[in-house]
Write a protein that binds this ligand. Structure first.
Ligand code: F3S
Length: 645
């Protein structure tokens, strides 16, 4: 039986496990990327592993999220990332050089390689034939240190494209159609592989628009073959030597096949407030538009921008519309400046923004109250724009530009002939905003600059023989990661500052908790059912680690949070008999007797309540062998350090 392209990529990087759907597989990672909002913690974690130099083939740190400075914190973070990357063998893409996924595609992506990035839209790299996945900061740190990346073996979905896109219909409409068919949950546990004759009609940036929004399907990743179109893109970037041909086997077997005839597609929009709430522009009708925002990692390539410039050329935007445009990279912006397209945009009334995430991450350009904003971005969740009652529609650059001119949601086919723009034969290549790492010799003299916002990764230690501590906090059912570690604009600039964040830990449930555990020096948390539900926020484990939490004992856990606790070296147990939860009071003195031996030899775990003179059986059957090994070492970083010895 033949293999799908994704299966081939997995097979060539498989270091552990069997390629059986749902079972855990370990992959060797060739490349990593970080952005600044997640990067600070990833590099603090990397430093904590004590590895001198990255073990990946290529790792790149991008600054694209928090580029608007409102205090010293961002600048401190950028300076830290610039120096820590120089020291440890990582490339640094300076603020202004562009959005991580756009720049990575242009300058670093290589067909056939594996890439993980601490950003959920890392699957953009699938447009160039990479196996590219979004991951947590800690996973990225571990991969940089030479560690394996683990995922459950995904199912294979093939999207068979036939025909070609009609004028005014674009790659964005393809992925909107896929979202309409599959929904935002339809890709979970799957890799979406594109194939069929229609693939040959799509350039690499168009393919990347499609793989980028595979993240909105919940897919592990999406991938296109690497063919002569890929070669043409790499050639235009002066990187033809990076090309290899990658195709699925003729007799590859897929778990699911979806057919899409590109000729049948028309301009579409994802309506508020979900990327899969997709309708054609005809179905939506003429709605008044207040703002149009063009850019983001989904739609900010050179061709996207040239189409917009050509639609705007010689015209003026509607007086009631605010139009902002953020070209995706310095390369794109520079080319638009040199060929006059930038002038066409400015003349028409566009507000040109820095090549960065900008409004996509809520850094400026929130729409007016109740306003309608058409965006070429990938997410339109309620409130993400910064305006609570803003109505965000996700559209193609063509629909966006046409609507900016009319002031209404507009089917661009009304404008007549579509602009004929194709990918250039040569992009302007100037990597002077990418700072290469120091050589191993020079690296010895590189000082990592840490402003007051950069604090070290919390201390970890190997699991001791026994642990005695108080139940410093007892909480009820359905505690979310937001309860444990709240988010929000006030706290966001402190992602690299765990001591500062620690004062907010459980603040919404019990604001005296941080002080209490600090006074004790260590403690256990007793929780109800479904503890740690919500986001995958790793800070919800790292902050308790910093405060001295040794174990969290609950009626039940949310799955991802257990993994985060284990990664942080915190013991996660459940009560064998849920009624024991009621027997423990806050501040009871507890003991995990012979805990190291129990974890090492997979023996039953007993919790002694010294205050009440009772004993309770705990369940640890949810822990895998790898997780037990991690807990013995003191968490994932120490485990990786051990493995590397
Ligand atoms: Fe940035 Fe938005 Fe993409 S925040 S990485 S442009 S999803």
């Amino acid at each position: 039986m033949g293999l799908t392209l994704a299966q081939k990529l997995i097979k060539s990087h498989l270091v552990e496990g069997e390629m059986k759907v749902g079972t855990e597989i370990g992959l060797r990672i060739d490349q990593t990327l970080t952005q600044d909002a997640t990067g600070t913690m990833a590099y603090l974690e990397f430093e904590a592993m004590g590895v001198d130099r990255v073990k990946t083939e290529r790792s790149v740190a991008y600054i694209d999220h928090n580029t608007l400075q409102t205090g010293f914190e961002n600048a401190d973070d950028h300076r830290f990332i610039q120096t820590v990357t120089k020291k440890h063998g990582i490339y640094f893409s300076r603020p202004g050089n562009g959005i991580c996924h756009q720049v990575h595609l242009e300058r670093f992506g290589i067909p056939g390689k594996t890439l993980i990035g601490s950003d959920s839209h890392t699957p953009t790299g699938g447009g160039i034939g990479m196996l590219a996945m979004g991951a947590g900061g800690l996973d990225v740190a571990v991969a940089m240190g030479g560690g394996t990346y683990y995922i459950p073996m995904p199912k294979m979905t093939r999207i068979n494209l036939t025909g070609y896109l009609k004028p005014w219909v674009s790659a964005k409409d393809v992925i909107l159609e896929v979202l309409r068919i599959m929904s935002v949950k339809g890709g979970v546990g799957k890799i979406i592989e594109y194939g069929g004759e229609g693939v040959k009609t799509l350039s690499v940036p168009e393919r990347a628009t499609i793989t980028n929004m595979g993240a909105e399907l919940g897919a592990t990743t999406s991938v296109f073959p690497s063919d002569e179109i890929t070669l043409a893109f790499l050639k235009a970037q002066g990187r033809e030597n990076d090309w290899v041909e990658l195709l699925p086997d003729e007799d590859a077997v897929y778990d699911e096949v979806i057919d899409i005839d590109l000729c049948s597609l028309t301009p579409m929009a994802a309506c508020p407030h979900m990327p899969d709430n997709v309708k054609t522009t005809d179905e939506i009708g003429r709605i008044k538009v207040d703002q149009v925002a063009i850019g983001s990692c989904t739609n900010s390539s050179y061709v996207d921008m040239m189409k917009v410039a050509s639609i705007l050329k010689g015209k003026t935007i509607d007086p009631s519309v605010s139009l902002c445009i953020a070209p995706g990279s310095k390369q794109v912006l520079n080319m638009l400046a040199l060929n006059g397209a930038l002038s066409d945009m400015i003349s028409a009334g566009a507000r040109i923004l820095e090549s960065a995430c900008g409004p996509c991450i809520g850094m400026g350009q929130s729409p007016n109250s109740g306003g309608v904003s058409l965006r070429t971005f990938n997410r339109n969740f309620e409130g993400r724009s910064g305006t609570k009652d803003g109505k965000i529609y996700l559209v193609s650059p063509e629909v966006a530009a046409a609507s900016a001119l009319t002031g209404y949601l507009t089917d661009p086919r009304e404008l007549g002939d579509a602009p004929q723009i194709s990918m250039p034969e040569h992009f302007i290549v100037n990597d002077n905003m990418i700072v290469p790492p120091a050589s191993p010799e020079e690296a010895k003299n590189v000082e990592v600059l840490r402003g007051p916002n950069i604090k070290p990764f919390p201390k970890t230690e190997p699991l001791p023989a026994d642990i005695t501590a108080k139940a410093v906090l007892k909480v009820g059912d359905n505690i979310t990661t937001d309860h444990i570690m709240p988010a929000g604009a006030k706290i966001l600039p402190y992602r690299s500052n765990i001591p500062h964040l620690s004062q907010y830990c459980f603040a919404v449930c019990d604001e005296t908790f941080p002080e209490r555990i600090k006074a004790e020096g260590k403690g256990f948390i007793i929780g109800g059912a479904n503890y740690g539900q919500g986001s995958s926020r790793e800070h919800a484990a790292l902050v308790p680690l910093y405060l001295g939490v040794k174990a969290v004992i609950t009626k039940s856990f949310a799955r991802i949070h257990v993994a985060n606790l284990v990664n942080a070296g915190i013991l996660p147990f459940t009560f064998s008999d849920e009624v024991d939860y009621d027997r423990i009071d806050q501040m009871d003195e507890l003991e995990l007797v012979g805990i190291r031996d129990c974890i090492e030899n997979n023996k039953p775990v007993v919790l002694k309540n010294i205050t009440k003179g009772e004993e309770y059986n705990l369940d640890s059957s949810h822990l895998s062998e790898r997780q037990r090994a991690m807990l013995l070492c003191g968490g994932l970083l120490d485990y990786t350090r051990e493995m590397n010895k």
